[in-house]
Design a binder for this molecule. Sequence first.
Ligand code: ADP
Length: 687
Amino acid sequence: MPKIFPQIAALVALLIAAGFFIWVQANDLLNATLERTLAKQTAILAVAAEERFDAEFASLRLAAKCLEAQQAAQVVLQTGNENISVGLLTADGNAIHDGTPLLNQDFPRLLSAYRGNEVVDYCAGKGVLFAVPVALGDNANAALYRLYDETLAAESFKLAEDNDTRLLIQDGDGKVIVPYKNYGAAEKEFFANAAFQRGFETLRDKLETQTSAAVYCDSPFGDFFLFATKLPHMNYTLVGCVPWESAAGDVAEIYNFMRVGGVLALILLAAGGAYLLVLRARLEDAGELRAAKLAADEANNAKSIFLANMSHKIRTPINAIVGMNEMILRESNSPEIVNYAQNTAAAAETLLSLVNDIRDFSKIESGKFALAEENYRLVDVIKNLVNMIRPRAEQKKLAFNLHVNPAAENILRGDSERIQQIALNFLSNAVKYTESGSVTFSVDGETVSADTFILSLSVKDTGKGIRDIPKLVEDCERFDIHKTRHADGTGLGLAITYKLVHMMNGKIDIQSAHGEGSTFTALIPQKIAGNELIGVFTEHAPAAQGKYQPAFVAPAATILVVDDDEMNLLVTAKLLQATQIKVDTATSGAACLKKLAERHYDLIFLDLMMPDLDGVQTLERTRAMDGNLSKNAPIIALTADAAPGTQQRLIDAGFNDYLTKPIDIKLLEQILVDFLPAEKILSPAPR
Ligand code: ADP
């Protein structure tokens, strides 16, 4: 966001520059218009002044004529106004008939009147004088004058209507002949300011080519317009000044309004522009964020898919390791080698559970995880768990206690594999983090309605305990592969367990005293799917540890195993060796179809992931095939995918059952017992 500050500053600077430019242009335009208007008005005033002068001279001229003709000049000369004096002067300045004698130095132009000219003159304090020559016989020249005293002069020659306008009439030498009201020393000084002088200079230049002109003048007294015009027929000039506001009149108001409006508009424009810039920056940021999130999501998704695929692929070699190791365990007579093989088996089991965790984690993370919903017997889940965990506990010399409430519901509906996974996580951790003492597994629950049972799976140990439960819970709930890492392990197991329990709308409770032990309890709602209680739980006596003994032999049975991985074929064949079943193999779907046309098999194991024809396609071909000698033979899917829903998907596709890799010998035997013709299953010969 800060990166837009220079842009905003540039925008504001640009707007200020544009505003200034428009302002100057508007001013120039307005002043030029006002100058033209004023020049025109001044020209009209000049005509009016001249008319006024003409009238003055005309009346004086008429009186002079009368005087020359010895007529009743008195009548003409009387004014009846004490501010106006009229008189007849001789060239020496004496009044010869009525009137006041006037001094030539006050009105120097009188001299010109004696010489036969009509004159106007002004003397500060005395007034404005109009004089015409009078010829009084014997060549004695005289002048008839009319003098308007100071106050009246300004009043009677007032040409401008408003009081702001100062208007003077000057003669050709620049001498004032008609002042305006209050034209005194202060006003003279006012007119003498340098800015005005420059303005009048400009006016004089303009008057060389035009009769009337006005200029704008920025003076220390404010903004003014100066104007000047020549009287059309006299060698006089009308000059003056008017304040800018008076000249502009209403336009000034509009102008000021526009000035304020313009500034406001600029501010608004700047604010709007800044807002748009901010908006654009935000949108860009949001766009970048969206793109970044999209990229992160894509990367995360790719990671999840990669992990899911890899963990799937890793199961195949683990199958070979587990299978081959099983053969070593079966066939070796050296206790040392059997010990190695046992360690290998334990390591392979850990590896497998890790791979499963990674697969589950990435599936949950990418949202591709779904819970199965099928009926199951709780007692089977408990049996599996006890079978898996009791040997591990005993190996660590830990007491393993089991409490199963006989009143618990037995037939439930939900995802039994995931229920088992949750309890197994608690149990494995209890064994893992307990060095001495006991691990106690309690299965209980509460029937809360006709069809809901809150299953309670609780594991108590006497191990090292947990230092910071809130942190552990927070890490698990955040479900972040980076955050769940712990010194002791991957930390994936408990995070997945939390997720699974939440997905089933259940909750987990952890109680722990550091150094004394912990209790993990999961409360999970399950649907009640039958009317049966667990009753007294009896554990089967654990199978005697020692050499592998097949559960049965079937020398008359022949089966076909189809897998593109020859190592897997070898593992399956070897695992079945002790059962004496005849095992035939095929490494592709096409090879399988060929074999089926050649002979009859009692059962077929078909791998799902094969190039060209995959398991499902091969199955469809066998079902539709003419001359299939094993048309009714059960077909069992071999898959590395133990995800929920897989079983149903495979049954829907037409398989009779499925077996996950790495192959569990017990499950393998179980499937053979279930699907081989019963008469071919024989008890193993006792050793
Ligand atoms: P792991 O980290 O061993 O792969 P989990 O993800 O199941 O397994 O557990 C997360 C962490 O919780 C463990 O690393 C361990 O620190 C702690 N923990 C879990 N169960 C127990 C227990 N019964 N006693 C002590 N600590 C435990």
